[in-house]
Design a binder for this molecule. Structure first.
Ligand code: DC
Length: 228
């Protein structure tokens, strides 16, 4: 089995950025599991399927024609032949992901597929339940968190850079609502795996967090560079 590093935590904690940098540093594969839930929410919308219509959502999840391809500004997400990168990253993409992710039937449909991303030389898996459910035997599990205010502020800046029309109080409210939905659901709720190392990034820069994660990687002897 390929070695695995799980980076779980709430939205806006910096998991995506840190996972990408760790994967790049090690020359490992990357699984952005949130993108899978996001694209599923978007696919439901484009097929006029309600996010709470469980059998219909499962049917779409079973044959989701999604491809992730490296683009000039990070990963491009293709659904069928259509580029849905913007739609999956929008606030409606976030709401759809969180709404379809509450259903245990949907989560179990996506489980085996997520596990197929574990391949040599190794995998960095970014999500909510990577360490607790999808890869319980991972070599390293990090739970990256930050205050809701710090996460909303980071998201606010990101959306401003993309010229999206945003409102900070609404964003903070959305983040809190999504945290509650992700943490209180019965299926794979958002919580650190028992053996996860918790890092609070509220007052840390990206470089500080990366340094901490790479120190853990090195301590456990899983930091051997395989490329470059
Ligand atoms: O990481 P993200 O913000 O792209 O995730 C979007 C939503 O998907 C989030 O609200 C919760 C859900 N999700 C999940 O339930 N389990 C995962 N492993 C990843 C994401």
């Amino acid at each position: 089995m390929a070695p695995i590093i799980c980076i779980d935590g709430p939205s806006g904690a910096g998991k995506g950025t840190i996972s990408q940098l760790v994967a790049q540093y090690l020359g490992w594969h990357l699984l952005d599991s949130g993108a899978i839930y996001r694209v599923l929410g978007v696919a439901c919308l484009s097929n006029s399927v309600a996010w709470d219509d469980i059998p219909a959502v499962v049917a779409i999840a079973q044959t989701l024609p999604v491809r992730f391809e490296p683009g000039t500004e990070g990963m491009r997400v293709l659904l069928g032949g259509t580029d849905v990168t913007q739609a999956v990253r929008s606030e409606s993409g976030s709401r759809g992901a969180s709404a379809v992710a509450v259903h245990p039937e949907v989560r179990s449909t996506l489980l085996d597929w997520q596990r197929t991303f574990a391949a040599d030389p190794g995998l960095v898996a970014d999500g909510r339940d990577m360490g607790s459910t999808v890869f319980p035997a991972a070599e390293l599990k990090v739970f990256l968190t930050a205050s809701a205010e710090a996460r909303a502020e980071r998201r606010f800046q990101q959306l401003l850079e993309r010229d999206e029309n945003v409102n900070f109080p609404r964003l903070l409210e959305d983040i809190k609502a999504r945290d509650a939905r992700d943490s209180e659901r019965d299926a794979s709720p958002l919580c650190p795996a028992e053996d996860a190392i918790i890092i609070d990034s509220t007052l840390l820069s990206v470089d500080d967090v990366l340094e901490k994660v790479l120190a853990l990687v090195a301590q456990r002897g899983i930091g051997k560079r395989t490329t470059g």
